[in-house]
Design a binder for this molecule. Structure first.
Ligand code: SF4
Ligand code: SF4
Length: 422
């Protein structure tokens, strides 16, 4: 139900593909006669039924292509193709264009703003998208008196009436619907679970030490992803002092102090774009996947790299371990099932060639049939792209490998490991 088919900033297509167009598989938009007639005249298909109420009438997509009535709660919209695309994309109803945003007319003449938080794209809505959605939502709502609109909501779009759909401070809340509220919000740890494998941590730390020519008693900073390999390994050895941070830019949790060797690593959170070090310098900074890429845009990734440069000694080394784009596209671009702690997650992946972002949806179904979807949206870099980003952040030299073992990067390498010097 994106506002546009192209994958620019007013499109949700990169999320709608892995989502498999869930919002088109239940409920119906509201249409007035003008909009319904236009679609029927343009397509030659009349899948609409009129709903009469004491306050007036409106149309819903209530008929199947064979002419029989559609069950709006369980059967997909008749304009949805078997491949999951909207067959009337460029003339689709206003309400579909505004989704997941909705304006509800109130009897006092004002509008109440609502958002469907079940849509996995919520949290990734660009300002351009919200601008367009605002326009379409206002247009759609303005066609109907409040009680008639409410009749449609109650019967065919009940999510709008749920408590958590209401946006109280619309402008503030919408501008604050940044990706991390969807991604790092509660359940992040359970979304990326997994016990720290001690053996694996030690092996990785040893390989990393050799690659970066790490000397004893070095001061090391680890920008951890879901695992803090080096910190975990160093907690069992006397070689270096390691400070580890886990990426979570929630201000409430942004009181990180790091942890030093000898203690079990807690999950400590920080905003990598603004590292909390004033004067403390490091011989080695290790950046894991998730320390760049998940931010909103390349400027923010660059800010992370600039921060690393700021806290790195002149003779220091920065090692960055990221997913290898070529490998991901070749091997990971498929649907998968993952069982974690007895729970089954369905995983859908999509690579948007326009934004170069990897969109992943993980959906867990509860026993009672309810499901929860967590979405991530990560910029994947090629080596030339990353190399220029590093140069722009002030790094002088950089080399690339296919792993921490120093192997050559190829399309078969799962990781792209970059070694940069201050
Ligand atoms: S629920 Fe959201 S992500 Fe899914 S198809 Fe609808 S608009 Fe797209
Ligand atoms: S008209 Fe298109 S966008 Fe709207 S519900 Fe149907 S398939 Fe989805």
């Amino acid at each position: 139900m994106s506002t546009d088919k192209s994958t620019n900033q007013v499109s949700l297509l990169p999320h709608c593909v892995p989502c498999k167009s869930q919002c088109c598989r239940y409920s119906s938009p509201i249409l007035d006669k003008t909009e319904r007639d236009y679609i029927v005249d343009t397509t030659g298909n009349d899948y609409f039924v009129v709903v009469e109420t004491p306050e007036g009438s409106y149309f819903v997509i209530g008929r199947k292509p064979d002419g029989s009535l559609r069950d709006l709660e369980t059967e997909p919209c008749s304009f949805l193709t078997p491949a999951g695309a909207c067959s009337i994309q460029h003339i689709k109803p206003l309400d579909c264009r505004a989704y997941p945003l909705r304006a509800v007319p109130q009897v006092n003449g004002t509008l109440s703003w609502h958002i469907h938080r079940a849509c996995p794209a919520v949290g990734f809505l660009s300002e351009k998208f919200l601008e367009a959605a605002d326009h379409y939502a206002r247009l759609s709502a303005s066609r109907f008196p409040p009680h008639l609109y409410e009749n449609w909501l109650k019967r065919f779009s009940s999510w709008t009436l749920e408590k958590d759909a209401v946006l109280r401070e619309r402008e503030e809340e919408i501008s604050d619907l940044r990706w991390w509220h969807a991604f790092f919000a509660d359940g992040f740890e359970s979304f990326f679970p997994g016990q720290q494998d001690e053996q694996e941590s030690l092996q990785i730390a040893t390989a990393l030490g050799a690659l970066a020519e790490l000397r004893n008693n070095s001061n090391v900073l680890e920008l951890a992803g879901r695992r803090a390999w080096l910190s975990h390994a160093s907690a069992r050895s006397d070689t270096c002092t390691v400070t580890a941070y886990f990426g979570n830019p929630s201000p409430a949790e942004n009181d990180a102090h790091g942890y030093k060797k000898g203690g079990r690593p807690p999950s400590i959170c920080a905003d990598y774009r603004l590292l909390p070090f004033d004067g403390e310098m490091f011989e080695l900074v290790l950046g894991h996947e998730l320390c760049i890429g998940l931010w909103r845009d390349e400027q923010e990734d660059r800010r992370v790299l600039q921060e690393v440069k700021r806290v790195l000694r002149d003779t220091g080394t920065f090692v960055l371990s990221l997913p290898n784009l070529e490998y991901c596209v070749r091997e990971e671009l498929c649907d998968k099932t993952l069982i974690v702690s007895g729970k089954t997650w369905g995983i859908s992946n999509y690579f948007d060639p326009e934004s170069r972002r990897w969109i992943q949806h993980r959906t867990r179904k509860d026993q009672d049939g309810n499901s929860v979807t967590k979405a991530s949206n990560c910029r994947l870099y090629t080596w030339p792209e990353l190399s220029s980003l590093l140069r722009a952040a002030g790094f002088k030299t950089a080399a690339v490998y296919g792993g921490l073992d120093g192997s050559k990067l190829s399309i078969r390498s799962q990781k792209m490991v970059v070694l940069a010097r201050a």
